[in-house]
Design a protein. Structure first.
Lengths: 124, 522
């Protein structure tokens, strides 16, 4: 659930207001307002939309409890999703070059579970 | 009230809605898209990563044969051929808007796309083709002319509750599957209003019993499931639980469900493929965040897990299609994507992942093009119209306050509770039907609200309605087929190798569909 809107970073571009499907944010004078935190679905997509890294979504879908901003900054957690996703990079930045491995790695996990199960039951 | 005239109205904001808008605009139509949320961030695709059923044309015949077997008698090879062809030709056309990654062999990896980037691309694509996108514009009901032809829709804006009306030559419902507010990531708005609106207009739904699908996630938030396929499971005392592996399908989920009914289940990922930890955040950054932000080492620590219901999102039931244009049988009304039945291409199996994504693209394009063609004949209608919505909008009796959260919770329990879903049997299905019938009568007779509560009441009506069609269809299919498992009829019955249509609002009905329609034009 949305936890922080960091006023010092926010440029009031309102990208979060436009991006949130649940209308969690209202436009504001100096910066958007978190008007309906309870509507937040913890999808993190407002963080992706925020080019200033001014938002932080707490990981529980039913709680906005989060450490203070200074602590999150020190831990490198502010803006991490946008950086990991490559949204600060140019479109041809190769940010999806590992994406083809999703299917094979999913399948590898399935194979591991199968082999483990077979081995365990062979011992029985 | 604000009234707009256009050629094609698309209701929804996910991938099927976007592809419908793109195809309709390419066919020369003026297109308006209205979405409850935001095209780009709404729905299960935006937070997901759809792989598409993607088959080289030289391999197509074999792929269709395999999929036809998997569909357990309910698929249609001609429709499979169509969606393979459309997906192969059209998915690459998003390239100007989507940063396709490497395939590792010097080319582009096309068939799997990451959700946020894909939906961002589709929004840009639809906008570039001229579609007008209206975010935060939930639709509440369809409107029809005096002959019953659908001529548009009405709704109210999410921000300030202003009523709106769009009149169009044709309407495409691309409102997504029904997930019954299970908490599945991205599914909060997948509450079945499209199904309800279609049935109110005279359409049917089909295959609603094919709605038993779950995804494993940490207990505190639904995520994508890439890291979890090799998971080990433990009970609250730390004893490892013997869970049949994912490949056993329904048995895997029955084992997990049984363990979760007995107490909290924990998982660890110490067996995950060695290649995964260093690159997971480059593939699914949102999944990493769900753990990292709780201070949990995803690949070392144990954490509580649960199963999040996916309803007809990863199931295959939905609005029945009566022809090869994605027509619903109601003049002027088309359906696409997860809102429509995917039995044509997935049959009784889960269309999850690849087939459903290819279906969303293809059915979106087919419905969008057909709606554009119809709108060339039937211009936006000027005459008198009537609004078709009833439950939650126009009560039969005295208005009364209704606890929508409780109604939605009960419908979700009827469909998704582990004991009811993994071991369907007549006694529990009948009990669920009684609860849902009472809830439906309450909404239909007394449901009335204003402002934002009106949207939630209408969503509750749709959740209860879709749950009733699910339960009624599951009762009628007295056998086990595909993802539908009957504990009191554990084998397939050759005499039931047909689709089940359902519908009705006050009186829900279920009946077998007519035998296969035969060939459709490719």
């Amino acid at each position: 659930m949305i936890a922080h809107l960091i006023a010092e970073r926010c440029t009031n571009c309102a990208a979060c207001v436009a991006a949130c499907p649940a209308l969690v944010f209202d436009p504001g004078e100096a910066q958007p307002v978190i008007a309906r935190a309870d509507a937040c679905q913890t999808c993190y997509l407002c963080e992706l939309a925020c080019s200033e890294d001014a938002l932080y979504v707490a990981p529980e879908s039913d709680s906005h409890a989060a450490p203070p901003v200074a602590q999150l900054l020190a831990a490198g957690l502010i803006g991490r999703i946008r950086a990991d996703s490559g949204w600060n990079d140019p479109l041809d930045g190769g940010q999806l070059d590992d994406y083809r491995l999703l299917g094979p790695l999913l399948g590898a996990g399935v194979d591991i579970a199968t082999q483990r199960y077979v081995a365990r039951h062979a011992r029985d | 009230m604000s009234v707009t005239k256009t050629d094609v109205l698309v209701i929804g904001g996910g991938m099927a809605a976007a592809w419908a808008a793109i195809a309709a605009a390419e066919a020369g139509a003026r297109v308006v898209v209205v979405d409850k949320g935001v095209m780009g961030t709404s729905g299960v695709t935006a937070t997901g990563g759809p792989g598409h059923w993607w088959v080289d044309p030289a391999e197509r015949r074999n792929a269709i044969a395999r999929q036809t077997a998997k569909a357990e008698g309910l698929g249609d090879p001609a429709w499979m051929e169509r969606i393979l062809d459309l997906t192969w030709r059209h998915l690459p056309t998003i390239a100007p808007f989507y940063p396709f990654g490497s395939d590792g062999r010097g080319g582009m990896y096309i068939n799997g796309v990451r959700g946020p980037e894909y939906m961002r691309a589709l929004r840009a694509f639809a906008t570039a083709r001229g579609a007008e996108i209206r975010d935060h514009h939930p639709a509440l009901e369809l409107i029809a002319d005096r002959d019953g032809r659908v001529v548009g829709a009405r709704g109210q804006t999410l921000r300030d509750g202003q009523p709106w009306e769009v009149r169009s030559g044709a309407v495409v419902l691309a409102t997504g599957g029904a997930a019954f507010r299970s908490g599945l990531i991205g599914s909060h708005d997948c509450t079945g209003e499209g199904h309800l609106m279609a049935v109110e207009a005279g359409a049917n739904v089909s295959g609603m019993e094919f709605s038993i699908s779950y995804s494993l996630s940490p207990a505190w938030a639904s995520t994508r499931t890439l890291p979890f396929t090799g998971a080990r499971f433990y009970d609250a005392d730390g004893r490892e639980i013997d869970i049949s592996p994912p490949r056993t399908g329904h048995v895997h989920y029955q084992d997990l469900g049984r363990a979760m009914l007995a107490g909290t289940v924990y998982a660890d990922l110490i067996d995950a493929p060695r290649e995964l930890p260093p690159i997971l955040r480059r593939i699914q950054p949102l999944t990493v965040a769900a753990f990292e932000r709780r201070g949990i080492d995803l690949f070392r620590d144990r954490f509580p897990v649960r199963l999040f219901g996916e309803g007809t999102v990863r199931g295959s039931g939905g609005i029945d299609l009566v022809d090869d244009t994605c027509g619903t049988g109601v003049p002027g009304l088309y359906a696409a994507g997860d809102a429509a039945t995917r039995e044509l291409v997935a049959g009784a199996s889960s269309g999850g992942g690849a087939v459903n994504s290819a279906w969303a693209l293809s059915s979106g394009r087919i419905a969008g093009a057909a709606a554009a063609a119809q709108a060339r004949r039937d211009r936006a209608y000027d005459g008198s119209s009537r609004a078709l919505g009833r439950a939650g909008l126009r009560p039969d009796g005295a208005e009364r306050d209704i606890n929508t959260a409780a109604l939605i919770r009960r419908a979700g329990e009827a469909v998704h509770d582990y004991d009811k879903a993994f071991w369907r049997r007549e006694s529990t299905l009948a009990a669920s039907a009684r609860v849902l019938d009472d809830d439906w009568r309450l909404i239909a007779a007394h449901g009335h609200a204003t402002g934002r509560a009106r949207l939630e009441l209408r969503a509750a009506a749709a959740v209860v309605a879709t749950a009733r069609w699910v339960i009624a269809s599951a009762r009628e299919r007295r056998e086990t087929r595909g993802m539908h498992y009957r504990d009191d009829a554990q084998t397939a019955d050759p005499a039931q190798a047909h689709r089940l249509l359902s519908g009705g609002s006050d009186d829900v009905w279920v009946r077998p569909a007519a035998p296969a329609k035969g060939e459709v034009a490719a």
